[in-house]
Design a protein around this ligand. Structure first.
Ligand code: 1CP
Length: 349
């Protein structure tokens, strides 16, 4: 099917990812959708999390809510990284106040070895429908970002069955059953490649891969376990630029910038802009890295801190963002101050 999408009027983030000159950095916010927005809370009262994710009208509406308020340069589709585990046949629940749970996680090498690549376009058809619908709704005014979890991060949830500070069970499983673990990671990798290619076909203009737990790995284990799957995904997903976000893995920035096809790298606030630029020798677009808790500062301070962040990264080859997702208790006008600060940066010079 050929999609006729509205003309694209705002290509700031695409330009930044291609390394072209921009007059100010593009801005968007990780976890733009969610509990800090009263309009999201209204829908949250009426529908369960997976009803919101699986109903394209609702997912589109939730994606559009922060866009109407803040007019950022990009919109990330409302979904979750854990839908890929559902596509692999695992049950995932999300009850309010509890965080995601897998009632029957992969807890034996036999279970891991029995995993196989599903027809992800069919299983997750609702994500592709939401992307197509949102791309039309955005009307070319913001760039649409699709996403997936990185294989290592999804492996962590698959084995542990829930969020964790250290994912000790998942790490133990890797060393106790390396062959079964590698099989699971390979299946997730192949599924993710097909999933992201389907997202691009459905209208995603940029894709981001979240390796939220890569920082739990030593540099050596990152190279062995996480890096090969990220490289394969960046090689085999085509048709849109990719941003890799390896949270906590400051040591991996050089290899990710030189040895993968990623167009951008997301960095968290534990890395200085200068370090990130030096490690990547200005060879790639960087994204980040405002500490989300700083959004509790006075709006005047937010403006000052954001301007300083842009000055330090430099306005070129840079995407202004938080270093991780927005926290649920951030006042809406403080989130607004962040977007306004990026947009006013040039004028402040
Ligand atoms: O209504 C609610 O309270 C549910 C909270 C919520 C939301 C709004 C969850 C449960 N997921 C989401 C949406 C979501 N998740 C998006 C939507 C797009 C956006 O607006 O950004 C994205 C990109 C994600 C990605 C995601 N889910 C990640 C990677 C990014 C990160 O934060 O590190 C991870 C690790 C998850 C798992 C997950 N889903 C939900 C929660 C609370 C968690 C974290 C669980 C944990 O480990 O504690």
């Amino acid at each position: 099917m050929e999609n006729n999408f509205p003309e694209h009027k705002n290509d700031l983030i695409l330009k930044a990812l291609r390394g072209e000159e921009v007059e100010r950095p593009p801005v968007w916010m990780m976890r733009q959708a969610g509990r800090y927005l009263p309009e999201y809370m209204k829908l949250r009262e009426k529908y369960t999390f997976f009803e919101r994710v699986e109903t394209p009208d609702l997912a589109t509406e939730i994606t559009m809510q922060p866009i109407r308020r803040f007019k950022p340069d990009a919109a990330i589709i409302f979904s979750d990284i854990l839908v890929v585990l559902q596509a692999l046949g695992l049950e995932v629940t999300l009850n309010p106040g509890e965080g995601p749970r897998l009632p029957n996680p992969v807890d034996s090498p036999e279970k891991a070895l029995s995993l196989s690549v599903p027809d992800v376009e069919d299983r997750l058809h609702y994500v592709m429908e939401a992307l197509t619908m949102t791309r039309r709704e955005l009307n070319g005014e913001a760039t649409l970002i699709g996403f997936a979890g990185a294989p290592w991060t999804l492996f962590c949830y698959m084995i542990e069955g829930r969020g964790s500070k250290d994912f000790a069970r998942a790490k133990a499983f890797f060393w106790q059953h390396p062959e079964a673990a590698r099989h699971a990671i390979d299946v997730i990798t192949e599924t993710t490649i097909r999933y992201l290619n389907a997202q691009i076909k459905a209208g995603a203009q940029v894709v981001q891969v979240f390796d939220s737990w890569s920082g739990l790995l030593s540099p050596e284990d990152f190279n062995e376990i996480a890096f090969p799957s990220l490289k394969k995904i960046s090689d085999e997903v085509t048709g849109a630029p990719m941003i890799l976000y390896p949270k906590g893995s400051w040591y991996a920035l050089e290899a990710l910038s030189y040895r993968t096809k990623a167009a951008g790298l997301g960095v968290d606030w534990c890395i200085t802009p200068e370090y990130a630029r030096e490690a990547t020798r200005n060879n790639i677009t960087l994204q980040g890295n405002f500490d989300p808790s700083r959004l509790l500062a006075h709006p005047d301070d937010i403006t000052r801190l954001v301007h300083r962040m842009i000055d330090r990264f430099g306005a070129q080859r840079y995407i202004a963002n938080l270093g991780h997702g927005i926290l649920p208790f951030i006042p809406v006008d403080h989130a607004g101050a962040f977007f306004d600060a990026v947009k006013s940066w040039r004028k402040s010079k």
